[in-house]
Design a protein around this ligand. Structure first.
Ligand SMILES: [Zn+2]
Length: 118
């Protein structure tokens, strides 16, 4: 039997938006994503595509543990570039390999877990 701190009806109401599905704490108290960030092993590399376009790819981040869409958005605004995220990886237009490690560190990912292929 699970014991709930709150009446079940209230709990269901707020569950979707306000409580973390992992630890059950309200989102503003939850540190699950912060902890998860420390466990991600990130690989960054450059991919050259047709017409001479290059993309910086960020892989290795578990989309179930870290809000990849939110991270992609923050990276794009920091680097002032376009990009997308899909299938667990972030694609950024242009070569950002020299800047991205520091930015990811600023977002809470430990530098020792970030491998940038130069
Ligand atoms: Zn949590």
């Amino acid at each position: 039997m699970t014991k709930y701190k709150y009446p079940l009806t209230i709990l269901i109401d707020v569950l979707e938006d306000e409580l973390c599905m992992v630890c059950g704490l309200p989102q503003d108290l939850c540190v699950c994503e912060e902890i998860a960030k420390e466990e991600q092993i990130i690989r960054v590399f450059l991919e050259k595509r047709r017409y001479g376009k290059s993309y910086t790819l960020v892989t290795g981040i578990d989309p179930n543990e870290v809000d990849l869409g939110g991270l992609a958005k923050k990276l794009k605004s920091k680097l002032a570039c376009g990009g997308t995220q899909k299938e667990g990886r972030i694609e950024l237009q242009g070569d950002h390999r020299y800047k991205i490690k520091q930015i990811l560190e600023d977002f809470g990912f430990p530098g020792t877990n970030i491998e940038v292929q130069l």
